[in-house]
Design a protein around this ligand. Structure first.
Ligand SMILES: Nc1nc2c(c(=O)[nH]1)N[C@H]1C(S)=C(S)[C@@H](COP(=O)(O)OP(=O)(O)OC[C@H]3O[C@@H](n4cnc5c(N)ncnc54)[C@H](O)[C@@H]3O)O[C@H]1N2
Ligand code: MOO
Length: 398
């Protein structure tokens, strides 16, 4: 029995919970999700500070035009003036310097003439001018980042200002990738025999999920032999997600499901009404979610885009909506679709602002060159009717 893509997404992604939490150095927390609210450990700015280089005065002193005031000290960022600025007095001040006791205005130096320990200005009184009041950014004990915030460089700056060098975030999933098949050889092999196929999918999916923030480990590949497959599956112990590639279909050599079940996987489903990607296996083995991807490279990639990457998001506590695409117009007519949801490789053509979707002529799920030349997937609902060029269809960029 084949289940729908929506049902598969529910079972794989929506039932998964965010992983436990860990404390990470601030600079490594980008891309993670905050597991608890972040409360400021300090007030920013910590005192009233000057926004300009100039002279701190009490505005009541600015009675004449011009007025000459007596310089009584200096306040620079990090070196406050300890004294008080009295009537008829000025304190030399720099940007970020604390406004001294008694002062409530800063006159910028361009509006002043200094002469020895005297300074003259024509500026009139304006209480608070060029002063950043204590706490205008945030105050101690204020929540500056809510639980569930996606951590990005902008929030890292705020967390640091609030006094944090580590953040409590959801763990990144540990992923083990197992490629299977007697024909598979590594990409760097010296010579390639005609019966050999390069294991291109393991590095591809590793890159996809590493980009999403997961910790990916590629296991040593296994041949089409039940004993070898079982031994290889054992090596995934401790992973949050095990992704197997190949052996998912019905041939005599397709033993992945048997090997996984023998190693304790409780099967959730096998086969989804989608093209490519039909023979997808999903189950749970102890704490490990198991995605058994079909061997055809494009089938595996499409399944990883639709299910594995959102599962990573969900486990990291990030929003993980079902990838439904954005509507864009077709550059060509499309024939009616069959009973499986079709993810058609397509290129974006035309000028920016009037982009159209040009589906690849060759949609065979073995074609890695077509995949690499395309920009994303047109999504065709099961049994969708034929449509003309110009029709809006959902497009999922990759
Ligand atoms: N009689 C039927 N045959 C097939 C059916 C079916 O319903 N009835 N389904 C087809 C579909 S759809 C798919 S998809 C494939 C999936 O088969 P497997 O998951 O068993 O994949 P394999 O047979 O192991 O490999 C298929 C193909 O992909 C190449 N491959 C495998 N792993 C990799 C890798 N890591 N990197 C690159 N290429 C890989 C492999 O060499 C094969 O050429 O089954 C159809 N058959
Ligand atoms: O569904 Mo298979 O994934 O067409 O090649």
């Amino acid at each position: 029995m084949m289940i729908s893509v929506e049902e598969a997404f529910k079972r794989i992604v929506e039932t998964a919970k965010p992983l436990t939490t860990e404390k990470l150095p601030l600079e490594n927390a980008s891309g993670r999700v905050l597991a608890a609210p972040l409360t400021a450990r300090r007030t920013q700015p910590g005192a009233d500070m000057s926004a300009m280089d100039g002279y701190a005065v009490n505005s009541a002193s600015l009675t004449g035009n011009p007025i000459t005031l007596k310089l009584v000290g200096e306040s620079a960022a990090g070196s406050p003036f300890g004294g008080t600025c009295g009537a008829g007095e000025a304190v030399r001040i720099f940007t970020g310097g604390i406004v001294p006791e008694g002062a409530n205005q800063v006159v910028v130096q361009e509006d002043c003439t200094a002469n020895g320990d005297m300074v003259t200005t024509t500026i009139g009184p304006e209480i608070g001018r060029h002063i950043r009041l204590a706490g205008i950014d945030f105050a101690r004990n204020q929540i500056v980042l809510d639980q569930g915030t996606y951590i990005s460089p902008k929030s890292i700056g705020l967390a640091a200002s609030a006094g944090y060098d580590h953040l409590m975030v959801h763990r990144a999933p540990k992923i083990a990738i197992l490629a299977t098949g007697d024909e598979l050889v590594p990409p760097g092999k010296k010579d390639f025999a005609p019966h050999e196929t390069v294991n291109s999918t393991a590095p591809q999916i590793s890159a996809l999920l590493t980009d999403a923030g997961a910790n990916v480990r590629i296991l040593e590949q296994a041949g089409d032999d039940l004993k070898a497959l079982k031994a290889a599956v054992k090596k995934a112990a401790g992973a949050d997600i095990l992704i197997t590639i190949g052996g998912a279909s019905v041939g005599d050599k397709d033993m992945m499901q048997e090997a996984l079940s023998a190693e304790g996987m409780a099967l959730d489903f096998w086969k989804v009404a989608m093209r490519p990607g039909k023979p997808l296996i999903f189950g749970t083995m102890s704490q490990t979610k198991v995605l058994g991807l079909p061997g055809n490279p494009v089938s595996a990639f499409v399944c990883a885009l639709l299910f594995a990457r959102p599962l990573v998001d969900q486990m990291m506590g990030r929003p993980a909506p079902m990838p439904t695409g954005v509507p864009l117009p077709l550059a060509t007519d499309l024939a009616e679709n069959g009973p499986r949801q079709h993810y058609m490789r397509a290129r974006l053509v035309g000028e920016p602002g009037s982009r159209h979707l040009d589906p690849a002529i060759a949609q065979d799920s073995s074609l890695v060159s077509v995949l690499a030349q395309c920009d994303g997937l047109i999504i065709r609902e099961p049994n969708a009717p034929a449509v003309k060029a110009g029709t809006l269809v959902p497009f999922l960029p990759f």
